[in-house]
Design a protein around this ligand. Structure first.
Ligand SMILES: [Zn+2]
Ligand SMILES: [Zn+2]
Length: 444
């Protein structure tokens, strides 16, 4: 009779035998990055790989998501392993799509390689005979919340409601039959060591802002115009002034960009568009900072007699890692990588839509190394393919064995004491409650 450790060892050996294939998948995706909800080639590659392993993937979930389920020998809970399909636009990244600018500067290519590797390991070692319940291999779209104007258009056309992948999958019910979830983000930060778990991550809301002035001849008749760019500048300066009111413990991040700054240089700008996030550690802190940001934005319109249209979009909820799952991850990672290379980090100021999942089910979102450079930077690269692509496959697969082994005792134990922060219905109601559009007229 095989023990749990025997099965875990066979799973790791099966993954090591497939290491070249896993690395090749990660590299292939790295070289053809796609933006969120447009990950068609990557989704097809996932579909083909899962089919090749004898699974029956469902495709087109929240536009591009791909999901395949594998059943254990007995009934039990459902554990989803996730990998994100999308890249993001980073100016100057050397491996960017020449047309879209998309690049894998957040290592999502490694997530997909790891996810496929986990499936190869669990199936190759015939682990499911010993497990109870189901493992869902789920490639999910659009974690990077960008390309906002295009996504808003898609929402207006009824193709999306929420503009991030996991919120949209939650809305569509693709997590309704899932009990717990895990994914691993690739990190380039030395303090995260080879493997690290944070306690929590910031959530965010997303805003599009449109200053509406009046175009006029910039040389001949500026007095007839209302300069939307100066109104926007004052709005941005006002945001900078309220930063000193943000409390350190709330971990607020506000980082606006101008996406349209004027039509041409000899015209007083009649319209300027801005996007920003408002991130924070708790929902309350985010909403409080958001009120201050709105006030600052109105100030720009008021100063110039312009109008400002402020659209607030639901973003991502703060992430809370499940302590029990984190404990198991640390044990598995320490066993394979050495305890000195495994760490715990407190709160992280980035956000992920895994936070949304963590409100409705026990969730684990650790980081693993293997990347270098700066996350979302032009110098982000995979420095150690084995650590970035192959080791995460083992950690996902080992967690699946731990959770579902022996009639899924560990998973059942976690679920017995789990209280969701929000039900799916409460989650959807909260997110829908965030959405609002305000038109402030500074001329009145
Ligand atoms: Zn990212
Ligand atoms: Zn990412």
């Amino acid at each position: 009779m095989a023990t749990r450790d025997d099965v875990k060892r066979s799973v790791c050996e099966a993954i090591d035998r497939q290491a070249d294939r896993i690395i090749a998948l990660g590299e292939r995706i790295r070289r053809s990055p796609e933006l969120g909800f447009k990950e068609l080639k990557t989704a097809r590659l996932v579909e083909e790989t899962l089919r090749d392993l004898g699974l029956s993937p469902r495709t087109g979930l929240a536009v591009t998501g791909v999901r395949a389920d594998a059943r254990g020998g007995k009934d039990g809970p459902t554990f989803a392993l996730l990998g994100e399909l999308d890249g993001l636009v980073v100016a100057g990244h050397p491996v960017a799509d020449p047309e879209t600018g998309a690049a894998h500067a957040c290592g999502h290519n490694a997530q997909i390689a790891g996810l496929m590797g986990a499936a190869m390991g669990l199936l190759g070692a015939k682990a499911f005979e010993h497990l109870a319940g189901r493992v869902v291999f789920f490639a999910v779209p659009a974690e990077e919340y960008g390309d906002v104007e295009w996504r808003v258009q898609q929402a207006r056309a009824g193709k999306l409601e929420f503009l991030g992948g996991k919120p949209e999958l939650l809305r569509l019910g693709h997590f309704d039959d899932v009990d717990m979830a895990m994914m691993i983000h690739t990190s380039s930060q030395p303090e995260m060591k080879k493997a690290g778990v944070s306690a929590s991550n910031n959530g965010c809301i997303v805003k599009t802002v449109r200053y509406i002035g009046r175009a006029s001849h910039a040389g001949g008749a500026p007095h007839l115009g209302v300069n939307a760019l100066y109104a926007a500048n004052i709005g941005l300066m006002a945001i900078n002034a309220v930063r000193e009111t943000f409390r350190d413990e709330d971990s607020i991040r506000v980082h606006p960009i101008i996406t349209h700054g004027g039509s041409q240089v000899n015209v007083i700008p009649g319209e300027v568009r801005i996007e920003t996030y408002v991130r924070g550690k708790t929902v309350e802190a985010i909403l409080d900072a958001n009120r201050r940001v709105d006030r600052a934005l109105r100030a720009g319109a008021l100063a110039l007699g312009a109008q400002v249209e402020i659209e607030t979009l639901p973003g991502y909820l703060p992430l809370f890692n499940h302590a029990g799952m984190a404990q198991r991850f640390k044990a598995n990672a320490s066993a394979l990588l050495g305890a000195d290379h495994v760490t715990e980090a407190g709160h992280r100021s980035g956000s992920t839509d895994m936070g949304d999942i963590s409100h409705v089910m026990p969730t684990l979102h650790p980081y693993m190394g293997g990347a270098s450079g700066s996350g979302h930077g032009a110098d982000y690269a995979i420095a150690d393919p084995k650590l970035a692509y192959v080791e995460p496959a083992k950690q996902l697969a080992l967690m699946a064995v731990d959770m579902l082994w022996d009639d899924a005792g560990a998973a059942r134990e976690i679920l017995k004491t789990w209280k969701p922060r929000m039900t799916r219905e409460e989650y959807l109601a909260f997110q829908r409650g965030v959405a609002r559009t305000e038109l402030f007229d500074g001329a009145k």
